[in-house]
Design a protein around this ligand. Structure first.
Ligand SMILES: C[S@@+](CC[C@H](N)C(=O)[O-])C[C@H]1O[C@@H](n2cnc3c(N)ncnc32)[C@H](O)[C@@H]1O
Ligand SMILES: [Zn+2]
Length: 410
């Protein structure tokens, strides 16, 4: 396969990992492979564990229908190897599985071939490519070859590849998306956010969640323009990489367009407000005195759920049958996400609430959730960012409860 030059934005920084680990023998799950000198982060294991569980889950879902997986930017090939050695043997099926492995970097090919060798005896058809993602995706679309699972593990912002990826995805197919562009969706590069997300992005204490919601909004618009619907399955971040697993539905769900909207926050008093684009009006007053407050508005962003607790429960159940797959950090992550579907939208940093009230330290999240729920509000700990509360309680009630709990703590 010919090697085409890599398009700039996705290539930048990709081959220059800082490897402090032994690059000759790396073990993860059932895989043992060479990492070479390319970019690799052992700390990203939870996302790879999730991708293996997702592949197994999909294989089970599809019954005897064929299953086509694409590892679009494979790097050393670890995801593909783990799909083949962990997901495949765990599911009893006679479904025909095709695995397409691609990385545009010519310097990776020999290593990739060596690492993929154990898959030659696996019960799947293996196709290896070395070409730019956009070429592979466009050809797949032209050939009407649709994938059921696409892992797009890019550097920087992947938005330029979303339309082509969704067009190459089968109905009910799953896209695993990574973005390492943290600056624009967290409000630290507002100009780039306009370019890449067509959105206003302002700083916010729940910045990782805001970044995930901005990413979902772009995905939703791309899916909707194709007449398809979007269902988030699992969204999370470590503050460095923003990861999303979404399912593309054949059609939009009823009222799905209501999930696009704006989030406003007043930096001075901390109040927050949310509005769907379909019911956009003026903003209410924040909690500031007189005219001192000012809303900083972020969006359009996704106002719907971030996780599918049902799918995550099934993944956790499935993990029992995949003995090598889910390491402790990945399990803890999935358990956190399972307990927090991502609604209501507003998240509050308990440290910030404590600062506003000049408390000694943040109130216990557990106690806060308990008191708010007992008062009839929705409340849970955010599964996306530690030390954050998700609730529909207004700021004044929230501060009142925090003050009360703060007094009890003394
Ligand atoms: C983040 S690394 C992949 C890591 C791998 N998926 C893992 O789990 O370890 C990104 C890879 O994408 C490749 N790449 C960058 N731009 C590309 C493009 N436009 N088309 C195909 N591959 C690309 C790079 O060569 C690099 O190996
Ligand atoms: Zn205010």
């Amino acid at each position: 396969m010919a090697h085409h030059p890599l398009p700039g934005s996705l290539e930048s920084g990709c081959i220059h990992g800082h490897l402090s680990h032994d690059t000759s023998h790396y073990r993860e799950g059932a895989a043992q492979l060479e990492l070479g000198d390319g970019f690799f982060r052992p700390e990203s294991r939870p996302s790879r564990d999730l991708s293996v569980l997702m592949a197994a889950w999909q294989l089970r879902q599809r019954g005897e229908s064929p299953c086509r997986w694409l590892d679009l930017m494979a790097g050393c090939g670890i995801r593909s190897v783990r799909w083949g050695l962990e997901a495949l043997p765990a599911i009893r099926t006679s479904s025909a599985v095709t695995l397409t492995v691609n990385d545009a970097d010519a310097a990776r090919q020999l290593l990739l071939q060596r690492n993929l060798a154990p898959l030659r005896s696996a019960r799947l058809t293996l196709a290896c490519h070395q070409e730019p993602a956009e070429v592979l995706l466009r050809r797949a679309y032209l050939d009407q070859h649709h994938f059921d699972l696409i892992d797009l593990d890019a550097f920087g912002c992947p938005n330029g590849l979303l339309q082509a990826s969704l067009q190459a995805l089968a109905f009910d197919g799953v896209l695993l998306l990574a973005s390492t562009d943290g600056r624009s969706p967290t409000g630290h590069d507002r100009v780039a956010a306009v370019r890449k997300f067509a959105a206003a992005a302002r700083t916010h204490p729940a910045s990782w969640e805001v970044a995930l919601r901005l990413q979902l909004a772009v995905l939703a618009r791309e899916a909707w323009m194709l007449g398809r619907g979007l269902e988030p399955l699992a969204c999370f971040s470590d503050g460095r990489t923003f990861r999303l697993a979404v399912r593309m539905r054949r059609r939009l769900a009823d009222g799905e367009e209501q999930q696009l909207g704006l989030l406003a926050r007043c930096a001075r008093c901390g109040a927050q407000a949310v509005q769907p684009l379909l019911r956009l009006q003026g903003w209410p007053s924040c909690a500031c005195e007189g005219t001192q407050g000012r809303w900083a508005v972020t969006g359009p962003l996704w106002l719907g759920p971030l996780q599918s607790p049902v799918v995550i429960s099934e993944l956790l159940e499935l993990a029992d049958a995949l003995e090598h797959t889910l390491a402790k950090p990945g399990r803890r992550l999935l358990q956190r996400l399972q307990a927090d579907p991502g609604l209501p939208v507003c998240c509050w940093s308990t440290a910030e609430l404590a600062r506003r009230l000049q408390l000694q330290g943040p109130p216990s999240l557990h106690d806060l959730v308990g008191v708010l729920q007992a008062s009839g509000y929705q409340a849970c700990a955010s599964g996306v960012m530690a030390g954050q509360l998700r609730t529909d309680a207004p700021l004044d009630s929230l501060l009142q409860v925090c003050r009360h709990l703060g007094r009890k703590d003394r």
